[in-house]
Structure formats: structure tokens, C-alpha cells
Ligand binder design. Structure first.
Ligand code: F0G
Length: 444
């Protein structure tokens, strides 16, 4: 689908940004020229997917499209049981509630906002077990999503395996800059967790991008297809939560997939409370059809090469302008290091929030803060202080052209040229949960 985008004047952008409390989440879409807020639900569906939308079987129970989706998930990912949900966080809610007890520890390779919140609301404590390199934007480690097995072992020693219901493993770690985990690391983790009877639950949002990086970077996988590697990743795990809005290019949808019947039974019980019947879980029949087709398209090698290649093109342009970005270039966007971009601001002055606002002012490009605002507060009320303070330039799939990439890089370079004049911000409104979505700011 082609859509008109609107150009705005600097005066219009200043007004829009002020009305939005300097938070790019609160801008109106019509005031945005190039929208890099997220790659979630913003992708262009294919001809096949649009045709599938016409084949929606909107029966309340037992829709044909559910069985198609179930078959695709069994064939591509190898999981036995499917619990459909309206999007990824619906699956996270159900998984957290059925698996986590009060006082449990949930290790993971860096936090994700909604994932961690659901773990905490279920009474668990998230512990970051990603390798230290992931917190360093300059490290060129090819698999910054890898897990530090030493950190996992010491958690097991300290708390005992019974306190660890599962380890949450993300494929291409979003908050680290879209960085992949290696199969070598995942297999070692499987060995360790098997010994202790601990499950591995995958956050397989963007798994196809992770598989592509494995094909490109990991020894022994050069000749394997993205689809084969995706399957090998899933085979190391006990289940997965999935946001269909990324890899699968749909506007809405997600699921929980499980191998164990007892957990599935509990999850299927919960889905009817929170999402919808167990054969639609918050999706229309047509959404499930588009999701099934999109999942198959996501594991095509050529598609992944184009997708990750476009991100790399933008990243290389930015590096030529001297813009400090997270290395190596990740799978779903370019993450600009706001601490290095605006070294005169302290983290309490919200450098990434400030930079996202300045990027919007320059040319109407909408990006997202991924720093202290996104990190939020601990259950005891203290702020988390993440090492990474980033602005994410996220690329929707199959939407923008190379010319757009040039406009984006040029705009970021102009902001870099005047960075000394940029002042920080203070937060004037802070919501209780996931504050980055609705918080408001003023310029200092
Ligand atoms: N896990 C990861 C790694 C994600 O990136 C997201 C969503 C979710 C889970 C939750 O899925 O949105 O379908 O409920 N990420 C979006 C983003 C919002 O912009 O990165 P959801």
C-alpha cells in the first residue's frame, strides 16, 4: 500500500513537538515526514498477505485461519501448541502469570520494557545476564546478544534452580541495538539449563533477523538457510512469545507457543480471560491469515538480505558523517549513542529524549528514546540507570527507499553540527507504567 507523506515547516514542527510534551510517542502521525518510531505494525504487507485478508473465516470458534496459523508455526518453528494473542505483550502476560511465582528470579539477555514489566507484575525479579559487551556501544562483538553463562551459574548457585522458572532469551536484543545471539551460546545455555531443570523461553520477536546474522557471521552456518537456522534456534527452547508485528509484517497479532501440554493447558485457560477464545486470541480471522503468510515470508533469505541490508546502508551513511552509533549495525534500526552525541548533558537531563526531539525538529523524522526514560523505575521506586542511552532510528520493513535513508542521515548530520547549542530536558509528567509512552517534558 502506498501512502502520501506530508512535509511540514520548522514552525509547524516546533508547535507539534511542544503540544506533544517533547515526546515523539505523543506526536500525531500526520505531523511526521519519515516515521522511524518503530518497526512494529508499521511494515508493508505483501500482495499475498492482502489476498489472505480476503479469506478471513470470522467464525467465533474454530476458524480455518487459526488452523493455518497453527500449521505454519508447527512447520517453521517446530513448537507443538499455539495460543494466539492480540500482540506480543498479551503472550508475555499469560506466560508470566502461568510460570512465575512471587519471589522468583527471571534471568534474561537484557530487559525489554513490556517483557520485564509483566515479569515484575507476576512477582518475579528480572536479572540481566547478557555479556558485558552488550552494554558498550563501541564493542564490535559479533554476537552482543549472547548470554554470560557465568552470570547464570552464579544465579543458580545463589537462589537455587527452583527459584528460576525459566530464562527469557531474546533473539536480536532490541535494547542492545538489535544485536543477535549465537547458536553456539544458545546450545551451551541449553546444556546448562537442562542439568538444572530450568526452561528456556524465547522472545522470538525478530528471530528471522537473528538467523540471518548467524548465517552471515557464525562458523558452520554459511550454507544454511534462514529458515533452517530459525528452526535450530527454536529447537533449543521450550516455548516462545512472539509479536507478529515485526518479522511477520502484520499490523496486529502475536502468540505464545509451547511444547509442554500442561503449560499449554494453563495458558489456554488464561487466554479466554484476557484475550479471546483459544482459536483467535484477540485477532480477527483475517489477521491470523495475514500473520501465517507473513511468518513464511519472513524466513526467505532474499527478503532478509534486503531488510538487514537497508539498515546497514543507513548505518554506514551515518558513520561517514561521524555520527556515533551502536556497533555492529543491528537488525531493525540504527541506534545513535546519545551520551556520545550530546556529551555535555548528564543522564538526568535525558540526552536521548532530547536528541529524539531535535531530530524531529530538523526534518520531521520521528525516532524513539531508548535510555533512562524507557528503563523506568524499579518496583521499589528507584530509577533504573541503563548504561546505554540511545535514540532508535527503526526501519519499517518494505516501506522506505534508499532516498529516504539519505534524507535521514543528512538530517542527523545537521543536528550533529549544532549539537553544542542543544539543551537538556526535565520530565514534567510521569505515568506509573511504561512511562516512555506518555511522559511529558520541558526544555531546560
Ligand atoms: N519483545 C520485544 C523484543 C519487542 O521488541 C516487543 C515490542 C515486544 C516483545 C512486545 O510486543 O508490541 O507486540 O506487544 N516492541 C515494539 C518496539 C513495541 O517498538 O520495539 P508487542
Amino acid at each position: 500500500m502506498v501512502e502520501l507523506i506530508k512535509m511540514t515547516t520548522p514552525a509547524q514542527r516546533r508547535r507539534a513537538l511542544k503540544e506533544a510534551g517533547f515526546n515523539t510517542f505523543l506526536l500525531k502521525s500526520e505531523d511526521v515526514y519519515i516515521d522511524l518510531l518503530t518497526d512494529s505494525g508499521t511494515n508493508a504487507m505483501s500482495d499475498q498477505q492482502w489476498s489472505g485478508m480476503m479469506l478471513g473465516d470470522e467464525a467465533y470458534a474454530g476458524s480455518k485461519n487459526f488452523y493455518h496459523l497453527e500449521k505454519v508455526i508447527q512447520e517453521v518453528y517446530g513448537y507443538k501448541y499455539l495460543v494466539p494473542t492480540h500482540q506480543g505483550r498479551g503472550a508475555e502476560n499469560i506466560l508470566s502469570q502461568i510460570m512465575i511465582k512471587k519471589g522468583d528470579i527471571v534471568p534474561g539477555n537484557m530487559y525489554f520494557t513490556t517483557t520485564r514489566l509483566h515479569q515484575e507484575l507476576a512477582g518475579g525479579t528480572f536479572v540481566d545476564v547478557i555479556i558485558d559487551d552488550a552494554h558498550d556501544s563501541t564493542s564490535e562483538h559479533p554476537f552482543k546478544g549472547d548470554i554470560d553463562l557465568g552470570k547464570v551459574e552464579s544465579l543458580i548457585k545463589k537462589h537455587g534452580p527452583k527459584k528460576i522458572p525459566y530464562i527469557c532469551v531474546a533473539t536480536t536484543v532490541n535494547m542492545a541495538g538489535g544485536q543477535p545471539i549465537s547458536l553456539k551460546n544458545l546450545k551451551e545455555l541449553r546444556k546448562l539449563t537442562k542439568k538444572h531443570g530450568i526452561k528456556i523461553m524465547l522472545d522470538m520477536t525478530r528471530i528471522a533477523e537473528n538467523a540471518y546474522f548467524i548465517q552471515q557471521r557464525e562458523k558452520g552456518y554459511e550454507k544454511k538457510s534462514v529458515r533452517e537456522i530459525v528452526r535450530e534456534i527454536c529447537d533449543q527452547t521450550d516455548g516462545a512469545t512472539m509479536s507478529g508485528k515485526k518479522d511477520a509484517c502484520v499490523n496486529i497479532g502475536g502468540f505464545l507457543a509451547l511444547n509442554d501440554w500442561d503449560s499449554f493447558e494453563e495458558a489456554r485457560n488464561m487466554v479466554v480471560v484476557y484475550e479471546g477464545l483459544h482459536t483467535y486470541g484477540g485477532m480477527a480471522g483475517r489477521d491470523m491469515e495475514a500473520l501465517a503468510i507473513g511468518l513464511l515470508e519472513s524466513v526467505h533469505d532474499d527478503h532478509m538480505r534486503a531488510r538487514v541490508g537497508q539498515v546497514a546502508y543507513l548505518g554506514n551513511q551515518m558513520m561517514e558523517y561521524g555520527i556515533p552509533i551502536v556497533q555492529p549495525i543491528g537488525g531493525h534500526g540504527i541506534f545513535v549513542d546519545a551520551k556520545r552525541f550530546l556529551p555535555h548533558l548528564t543522564q538526568d537531563q535525558f540526552p536521548a529524549q532530547t536528541l529524539a526531539a531535535e531530530i524531529y525538529l530538523d526534518a520531521g523524522i520521528r525516532t524513539m528514546e531508548r535510555g533512562i526514560v524507557s528503563a523506568g523505575r524499579k518496583p521499589n521506586g528507584e530509577n533504573y540507570y541503563p548504561k546505554l542511552e540511545l535514540v532508535r532510528f527503526t526501519l519499517p520493513r518494505r516501506v522506505y527507499t534508499q532516498a529516504h535513508m539519505d534524507v535521514i542521515a543528512e538530517s542527523a548530520a545537521r543536528v550533529l553540527d549544532r549539537r553544542d547549542k542543544i539543551k537538556g530536558m526535565k520530565m514534567v509528567y510521569e505515568p506509573k507504567y511504561l512511562r516512555f509512552f506518555q511522559a511529558r517534558f520541558e526544555v531546560l
